[in-house]
Design a binder for this molecule. Structure first.
Ligand code: FDA
Length: 393
């Protein structure tokens, strides 16, 4: 008996819609189902409403995975330049914010509209408010019991993302499907997520809420030189989000608060030229006044320079260059931009994204154990893995 569809994709997010258009243009009869009432909710909320849709400098080195070579093939075959050409073809205005990070000039809606238009042109159908209750393998394909009836397909693509932001429709459904068909799922945790602090430090840093400063943060042999933001809940900003993907509970993070300054030399110089000034004044030369005041109170640095011995200056330099913080935890999936871990890529073909042991079953996007750094890499993975599966499903 012929299937209802050649390809059914579960998840109308970035990866699912990209896959649908690609398969549709090949002449495949495609249906995308999603339980949400709107497609691409994460696209809409991404990049502060202006979607950082790719990163021109994206390479496999920007991704974390237990199987780091897996992502290379798909990323090579569909590059940031390819997606940029699509964006340009749709006349979407964009701008490069930080190095390589491309954002919509107007709104994230432009990227979602691009994907929905491409699906329409490719003849792919998108059905929302449809939940999938059961999946069974049948002869030459799959049967889905959904809230809109039973559907059959030759190829089934799982594009239902990770666990981050459950209020936006995130579920562990993709992991359940993987397990059902004998694929391994690696432990998951929240990534690109703000840190929370232990009560005492949280209280001490509370006056700094809203202050941002450029830092170099280190943890587990990784480091990022980006701005850090103090919030009323803890530490955030690009530097903290980036390093959070490398942090494990109990780890210390080491923050260089003055990464562009030779701190010890400058402190000695300052003692010579302005002996009556305080450490606070030295810090104010580089960082916001509010930060300088609160940080000196935290460290109890209250002597004028003229009373600081060489050892004191060395100790101060050490703290400014290696401030050690042991976060209490992270804000978790509630606010995390991504989910680390997920479907083990060792069970998939890196060329087609299909399960090695299960013909016609594909996994793409964030549900896989491939997680990008902050800065447009995660969408680039969604596009590249979506295209790879769309060419073969
Ligand atoms: P995605 O999560 O986009 O889509 C999954 C879809 O599956 C959803 O529509 C969901 O409703 C559906 N679904 C889930 N379970 C289902 C079920 N059981 N049945 C049916 N449907 C189901 N990345 C980046 O590169 N640049 C950026 O600017 C940002 N900004 C950003 C901001 C915020 C606040 C967040 C949370 C995330 C980002 N990201 C980002 C990350 C990026 O959004 C993410 O990596 C991609 O959306 C992943 O695309 P997927 O298609 O894999 O999943």
């Amino acid at each position: 008996m012929a299937s209802d569809y050649d390809v059914i994709i579960i998840g109308a997010g970035a990866a699912g819609l990209m896959c649908a258009a690609t398969a549709g243009y090949r002449g495949r009869k495609v249906l995308v189902v999603d339980h949400a009432n709107k497609a691409g909710k994460k696209i809409l909320m991404s990049g502060g409403g202006r979607c950082n849709f790719t990163n021109l400098n994206s390479t496999p080195a920007n991704f974390l995975s237990d199987n780091p070579h897996f992502c290379i093939s798909a990323l090579k075959r569909y590059t940031p330049q390819d997606f940029l050409e699509l964006v340009d073809r749709h006349g979407i205005e964009h701008e490069e914010k930080a190095a390589g990070q491309l954002f919509c000039k107007d709104s994230s809606k432009d990227i979602l509209n691009l994907l929905l238009t491409e699906c329409e042109w490719a003849g792919a159908e998108v059905r929302l408010k449809t939940s999938v209750n059961k999946i069974s393998g049948v002869d030459h394909g799959y049967q889905l019991q959904t809230s809109s009836g039973t559907l059959t397909c030759e190829s089934l693509v799982i594009a239902c993302g990770g666990l981050s932001i459950p209020t936006m429709g995130a579920t562990g459904f993709g992991y359940d499907v993987a397990r059902q068909f004998g694929l391994s799922v690696l432990p998951t945790r929240a990534g690109l997520v703000p840190f929370t602090l232990h009560p005492e430090l949280k209280e001490q840093l509370a006056p700094l809420s809203g202050v941002s400063c450029p830092v170099d943060v280190h943890c587990n042999n990784e480091h990022f030189r980006e701005p850090m933001l103090f919030t009323h809940r803890g530490l955030s900003g690009p530097a903290m989000l980036q390093i959070s993907s490398f942090w494990h509970p109990g780890d210390l993070i080491r923050i260089n608060l003055l990464p562009s300054v030779s701190v010890c030399d400058r402190l000695h110089e300052h003692r010579k030229t302005k002996p009556q000034s305080h450490i606070r004044h030295f810090i104010e030369d580089f960082l916001p006044k509010r930060f300088a005041k609160a940080f000196c109170e935290l460290q109890q640095w209250n002597k004028p320079f003229q009373y600081c011995r060489n050892e004191d200056l060395e100790a101060i330099a050490d703290v400014l260059s290696h401030w050690e913080v042991r976060p209490a935890g992270t804000e978790g999936y509630k606010t995390a931009e991504v989910t680390l871990g997920g479907v083990d890529t060792r069970d998939l073909s890196s060329k087609t994204m299909s399960a090695s042991n299960q013909p016609g079953l594909f996994f793409i996007g964030e549900v896989l154990d491939v997680t990008g750094h902050l800065g447009g890499h995660n969408f680039q993975w969604a596009w590249a893995s979506g295209v790879a599966a769309g060419q073969h499903a």
